[in-house]
Design a protein around this ligand. Structure first.
Ligand code: FES
Length: 187
């Protein structure tokens, strides 16, 4: 290696180190140390940094309740991905929230089996009882109401998740109990 090649290679390493230090500074101002520790743990047993994208998004969401544009962009840098790539994954995965949500998210399945088994009636019921439409949050910030693709329990349709819990064989009465709606209208 001649002197000029050596100098170029040293300069490149130095630039990479500078970039990685800059990224580390940026990410540490966006995500907390415990979040980064959890993400680093996932990275430590993954083939590439980008392979942990969904797990990393879930970690950010667990700590913040949702994934903001700023978190998404910082996380994309940290995982060596473009913001657009990571946003595509976050948008595709229906349980990652890109806007602030209430304390609990109601995810009502609107895929084919649940649709046939009464999705439309249940959607109207929940909207009427809580006073919110799909995509909205109740005024007390208790619930955000969202549609969801198949939740994997089609044989027990209609199905919804409330937070982490899955509820099966739904009826309007059962929904009232689950959401602790007292004396609500039926249907
Ligand atoms: S269609 Fe609703 S759980 Fe599969």
């Amino acid at each position: 290696m001649n002197q000029s090649t050596k100098t170029n290679s040293t300069k490149k390493e130095s630039t990479e180190n500078d970039n990685s230090q800059a990224n580390a500074r940026t990410i540490s101002s966006i995500l907390t140390a415990p979040e980064l520790a959890e993400i680093d743990h996932e990275i430590s047993h993954a083939p590439t940094r980008s392979a942990v994208a969904i797990d990393a998004l879930k970690i950010v969401q667990k700590h913040h309740g949702w994934v903001s544009d700023e978190s998404l962009s910082g996380l994309a840098d940290y995982l060596d991905m473009s913001t657009a790539e990571l946003d595509g994954i976050a948008t595709f995965y229906s349980l990652i929230y890109r806007k602030p949500v209430g304390e609990k998210v109601i995810s009502l399945c609107n895929s084919v089996t649940c649709w046939i088994k009464g999705y439309a009636q249940l959607e109207k019921h929940i909207s009427r009882q809580l006073g919110v439409g799909l995509g909205e949050t109740t005024t007390d910030n208790r619930y955000t109401f969202l549609p969801a693709p198949c939740l994997g329990a089609c044989d027990r349709a209609p199905v919804m998740m409330v937070g982490e819990e899955t509820h099966l064989d739904l009826t309007p009465e059962k929904i009232n109990q689950i959401l602790e709606i007292k004396g609500g209208q039926q249907g």
